[in-house]
Design a protein around this ligand. Sequence first.
Ligand SMILES: Nc1ncnc2c1ncn2[C@@H]1O[C@H](COP(=O)(O)OP(=O)(O)OP(=O)(O)O)[C@@H](O)[C@H]1O
Length: 290
Amino acid sequence: MTNEQMTSSETEPTDDQTAPTPGTDGLADRADAGAETTTDRTLLETRDLNVYYGDDRALTDVDIEIPEKQVTAVIGPSGCGKSTFLRCINRMNDLVDAAHVEGELLFDGKNVYDDDVDPVALRRKIGMVFQSPNPFPKSIRDNVAYGLKVQGKDDDNVDEKVHRALERAALLEEVEDQLDSSGLDLSGGQQQRLCIARAIAPDPDVILMDEPASALDPVATSKIEDLIEDLAEEYTVVIVTHNMQQAARISDKTAVFLTGGELVEFDDTNKIFENPEHDRVEDYITGKFG
Ligand SMILES: Nc1ncnc2c1ncn2[C@@H]1O[C@H](COP(=O)(O)OP(=O)(O)OP(=O)(O)O)[C@@H](O)[C@H]1O
């Protein structure tokens, strides 16, 4: 297992994890830099981003500016590159041998593909939640504490941080009396909120979500949607969804990718759904294809 693989949030922790030395990850510490809450400040930006799997291009010349502390939805038909785009943001595509990235992806002005950026540190600042809830076969407490342990912050405050993350993920009330029970004993919706708590425990700036509610029933989905809207007060959220109603309900901005990995339109969600610029986007939104 490589160092990179160890800290992808899907991966089981091991005993030999070491925390990277602060200040050597190539990334600025936004908290220390005194970053303030803003609404339209760009936090993530791509310039001419192209991604290939072998010779096949999955993303084509993508230029986008994703604002801080808002929900950006990424929609489009199957195979248009939504997940590929998401995985570029925290360099999860590094783990795919065939993947090759060209162009720039700036996080707070820094190209995450620069040689001096540590992808492990990057993934702590840009956390990820996957389609199927994937808690570790460990206690609820240890699932949430996992991110802190990897970060070398397994200190006296760990319980307080676990509580805070569970509260932030709207799960604390339901599990407060069973923190030592297995995370796998929770319902699907609770497991997904546990995974969200695990992602936010290290206090990231960005949370990437790849269809986080697609495996859940309507009640659990609704809770996750409420939570996502809430999280955007504190975090920048980028969510891939197949569900256009969900994108319309919870996002501030929507990016529409179409076949060939082309970003065809990116705008305020209301504009995309009520009056898109491009006929192809309108056709997609109105269900004429995809
Ligand atoms: N690991 C991989 N190896 C080779 N090709 C891949 C890999 N992952 C994705 N692709 C290809 O890249 C293109 C974009 O895939 P991606 O999964 O990003 O699309 P998507 O829009 O997220 O699709 P879906 O909505 O079906 O999940 C597709 O043609 C897909 O077959």
